[in-house]
Design a protein around this ligand. Structure first.
Ligand code: PLP
Length: 390
């Protein structure tokens, strides 16, 4: 079959830093007891009452085509949650329900990019970002956020790349770095967007996982509500990764076009999934805190273990379910370190390089296994790093 350039070039060929991950999966399949600190997936499952709500909705007949933009009730609930958290007036007309945050990222870029348009994103980055931009015909351009600034992107670096750019994609709390963008970082980003007439796409799927500082949605900053598309999701906040339910929030006109896109792509999200999401949102922050609690505990374990030594340094670990560990004092690349740790101790981490060049010399640890196993694995990693450094 003759395939399109667009699909065959979605992801670059050759080494992309994910080899360690696939190697770990192979070793596991062969029966080796690999400890996986790789993927951003909770070690708990979706709470039983949410599944009960899903079951009840399906049994009551909510199994036909659902409203393409999302049910009124869920759009209202998402709008109310956003308005309550940001004080920006938000109604259902500002909300499109999507199959997860990933589909929201795609819709948002589709809404603002034409073929060949320059689209900025911050490096280190969540793995799908450049491919999502390419998928809508955009030209992805990485802007580095540096370890020595706690991975807070600098407005000057963005401005230096802003000429002709149509969009800027940011993510706070950040995967993979754990950074939560400070007010002055976001003010700087907002100013560049205003100065260069750039649409900001703000990925806030980790907005309930903040351990230090405060999550600020840039849509709430002066002059930004009309030029920001916010991506949200139930995946991380409610341990509903497999349910595939998220949203885009933005100006009503942009949302109306994205609804048209949904009509011609996903045709919406199953009604019983939306009802379960509505039930979950209606539980309020109590459930969100419960889902976030294991990561808060393990983040404290990470900080405590790192404080007793000098070899491994963490970037801020202010939010999200990851710790980005700086292992440059070992003299190894993130890739070499992750490979060697896997071979020596059967502990799988993600090389920082798999999240972009700015992640070099780091490994990302997902805090997604039980507390005791996590502490043991972290101790082993730290001891291993100390051995390499000597
Ligand atoms: N954005 C970030 C930063 C992520 O880490 C993820 C998933 O890991 C997503 C978006 C997509 O999440 P989902 O499509 O499950 O909502």
């Amino acid at each position: 079959m003759k395939l399109s350039h667009r699909i065959t070039h979605l992801t670059p060929s050759g080494s992309d830093g994910w080899e360690v991950f696939y190697k770990a999966r192979r070793m596991k399949a062969e029966g080796q007891p690999v400890t996986e600190l790789t993927i951003g997936e909770h070690d708990i499952r979706t709470a039983a009452p949410i599944l009960d709500a899903m079951h009840a909705a399906a049994k009551s007949g909510h199994t036909g085509y659902a409203m393409v933009p999302g049910t009124d009730a869920l759009r209202d609930a998402v709008a109310d949650r956003i308005a309550a958290r940001t004080a920006v007036p938000t109604t259902r007309d500002n909300i499109l329900i999507t199959p997860g945050g990933q589909a929201a990222l795609f819709a948002a870029h589709h809404a603002v990019l034409d073929q060949g348009d320059r689209a900025l994103y911050i490096d280190p980055y969540y793995a799908t970002y450049p491919g999502t931009i390419r998928g809508v015909g955009g030209d992805p351009v990485a802007v580095p956020a540096r370890a020595d600034t706690g991975f807070q992107p600098k407005a000057a670096d963005i401005a230096a790349n802003a000429e002709g750019a149509k969009s800027l994609l940011i993510n706070t709390p950040n995967n993979p770095t754990g950074a939560v963008y400070a007010r002055d970082t976001l003010d700087g980003i907002a100013q560049v967007c205003i100065d260069h007439d750039i649409t900001l796409i703000s990925d806030e799927v980790y907005d309930t996982q903040v351990w230090d500082g405060t999550h600020i949605s840039p849509r709430a900053l002066p002059g930004m509500a009309d030029r920001t598309l916010v991506v949200g999701s139930m995946s991380k906040s409610h341990a509903m990764t497999g349910s595939r339910v998220g949203w885009v929030c933005g100006p009503a006109e942009a949302i109306s076009h994205m609804i048209n896109l949904a009509t011609h792509t996903t045709y919406g999200v199953p009604g019983y999934i939306q009802d379960a999401a509505l039930f979950a949102l209606n539980q309020g922050p109590v459930l969100e805190d419960e889902v976030a609690a294991p990561f808060r505990r393990r983040r404290a374990v990470t900080e405590a273990l790192l404080s007793g030594q000098n070899t491994v340094k963490a970037s801020p670990t202010q939010g999200a379910m990851y710790a980005m560990l700086d292992i440059r004092s070992t003299g190894m690349t993130g890739n070499d370190f992750a490979n060697a740790l896997l071979d020596a101790h059967l502990i799988a981490t993600m090389p920082g390089e798999s999240f972009g060049q700015a992640g070099a010399g780091h490994v990302r640890v997902a805090m997604t296994i039980d507390d005791d196993s996590y502490a043991t694995a972290m101790r082993t990693l730290i001891d291993f790093a100390a051995m390499q450094a000597t």
